[in-house]
Design a protein around this ligand. Structure first.
Ligand code: AMP
Ligand code: MG
Length: 309
């Protein structure tokens, strides 16, 4: 159910849930300092309790409510990338709710780059806001996706389609060496440049907790397309191209012609549309070079997680 900002602030203060737009995907927001409210997120989404939430803030001062071991590097990164799609993992303060951090000794924080989200948080204080999809479904990038998952009963703020369409980069600053736990639109190279040291992707032993769970997956099976054999396309499948030249685009296909920002904005919507149309499979043109841009590596990461084994 679409609501206005004043109403959304009131509901959050009462310990209720509201879906809110951010620049990455829609989030399901609750007061980050109210355990009963945060508990409702897990129930509503069907989210496993061991998957921690990201605290969304609207000012740097609010970060200090959640951590008292904030390295200078966090302020440098915030100065460059906030508000924006970068989540920082920091050592948590004791009083941070266990339900927010899934019992970890760290807390994930970001300042979203969306005027509606920022206005709400200024009024309500920090909110935890995981992606607003039901667990196991692709993240919502439009309000229609929220209605698909919950019907019209869940209150939401309508900010239109989200600008980036893929979840934030998660950077662990809680121990050295710092590591990227989840790739996103801000690359490790951009982070390395600000910090003056090389920041790598985490290896398997230091993973983002949530990545254990099945994520980013539609019901249709997702495959990398074998470009050599494209003469016999499956009519019950959907095809996604982004780079290769085609003489004629088949009717059950889309071509992004190198516009990777548009591809990222559209990916989850295409997944959901394929499911609504009960298609059996989605075939995606493989990427030839992942290092071309951060959004390409983020897209590769999300698609690789959804590819059927
Ligand atoms: P979502 O908001 O649904 O995009 O996902 C939140 C994700 O942020 C989780 O699944 C984790 O991967 C990551 N995250 C949240 N809190 C922490 C933390 N304390 N340490 C490491 N990763 C975290
Ligand atoms: Mg999520």
């Amino acid at each position: 159910m679409k609501i206005e900002l004043d109403k959304a602030c009131e509901l959050i203060k009462q310990g209720k849930l509201v879906a809110i737009p951010t620049e990455t995907v829609y989030g399901l927001a609750a007061d980050a300092k109210n355990a009963l409210a945060v508990q409702k997120i897990f129930k509503k989404k069907g989210r496993p309790a061991d998957n921690p939430l990201i605290v969304h803030i609207s000012s740097l001062k609010q970060m200090e409510d959640f951590s008292d071991e904030i390295p200078e590097d966090a302020y440098r990164l915030a100065g460059k990338f906030w508000p924006g799609p970068l989540t920082l993992v920091l050592k948590r303060k004791n009083e941070v709710l266990d339900i927010v951090t899934a019992g970890l000794d760290t807390v994930a924080i970001r300042m979203p780059d969306h005027p509606i989200a920022l206005k709400l948080i200024e009024e309500t204080g920090p909110v935890t806001a995981p992606s607003a999809n039901r667990s196991g479904k692709p993240s919502p990038t439009k309000v229609e996706h929220i209605v698909q998952d919950y019907g019209d009963s869940l209150p939401y703020l309508d900010g239109g389609p989200t600008n980036i369409g893929i979840e934030s980069t998660v950077l662990d600053l809680s121990e050295k060496p710092y590591r990227v736990l989840r790739p996103g639109n801000i690359s490790s190279d951009e982070i390395s440049e600000i910090l003056g040291e090389e920041i790598k992707r985490a290896n398997k032993s230091r993973k983002s907790p949530g990545t254990r769970h099945s994520h980013y997956k539609p019901k249709a099976s997702v495959h990398w397309l074998d470009l050599v054999h494209t003469d016999n396309l499956d009519p019950n499948a959907f095809y996604i191209f982004h780079n290769t030249e085609l003489e004629k685009l088949p009717s059950n296909a889309i071509h992004f012609h190198g516009d990777y920002s548009l591809f990222a904005r559209s990916l989850y919507d295409l997944y959901r549309t394929a499911d609504l149309e009960k298609l059996s499979s989605i075939y995606i043109e493989p990427f030839s070079n992942l290092s071309d841009s951060p959004i390409i590596s983020a897209l590769f990461n999300r698609i690789e997680h959804s590819v059927s084994q």
